[in-house]
Design a protein around this ligand. Structure first.
Ligand code: CMP
Length: 134
């Protein structure tokens, strides 16, 4: 089924100039990028974006990292995009992610794990709405 998913390249990916390479992977795989913008996040949007992680021990560290530079927010469309993009992204902890995945190839630590992708249809809808409505 053709789906849309939300992807964000995190500040570490932008600073390391990995944007082009990562976008290329999604295009090479056959996905369409249907929306794209660079944003500097603030506390208000981060609270909504990462609400589910509030109170966890890594939350403050995560929020300050996500404010350390712009992110590239994208909507990616294609066959089973939610599952297939997550497969390309790899495990949350880059040192556990398989080589050949984006985090496996470019990441080494958290919270700076290069990229985010929605984990379900509900998250995709919520995140697309949060970043691309208005
Ligand atoms: P992501 O899955 O995109 O969204 C939640 C983020 O929290 C995750 O990527 C990491 O950037 C960060 N994160 C998750 N677990 C940890 C952890 N144990 N320590 C630090 N950061 C984490």
């Amino acid at each position: 089924m053709i789906e849309r998913t939300f992807v964000a390249l995190k500040p570490d990916a932008i600073k390391r100039k990995l944007m082009g390479k990562i976008i290329q992977r999604f295009e090479d795989k056959g996905f369409n990028i249907v929306e794209m913008k660079m944003i500097l996040l603030d506390d208000i949007i981060l609270e909504q974006y990462y609400g589910e992680h509030k109170g966890k021990d890594f939350y403050d560290n995560l929020v300050s990292f996500m404010k350390s530079g712009s992110i590239l927010a994208m909507v990616i469309e294609g066959e089973d995009a939610i599952k297939n993009v997550r497969t390309m992204v790899g495990a949350t902890k880059p040192w556990e992610a398989e080589m050949g995945t984006i985090r496996g190839d470019y990441g080494l630590s958290t919270p700076n794990n290069i990229i985010h992708a929605s984990d379900s249809l509900e998250s995709a809808k919520r995140e697309i709405n949060l970043f691309f409505k208005n």
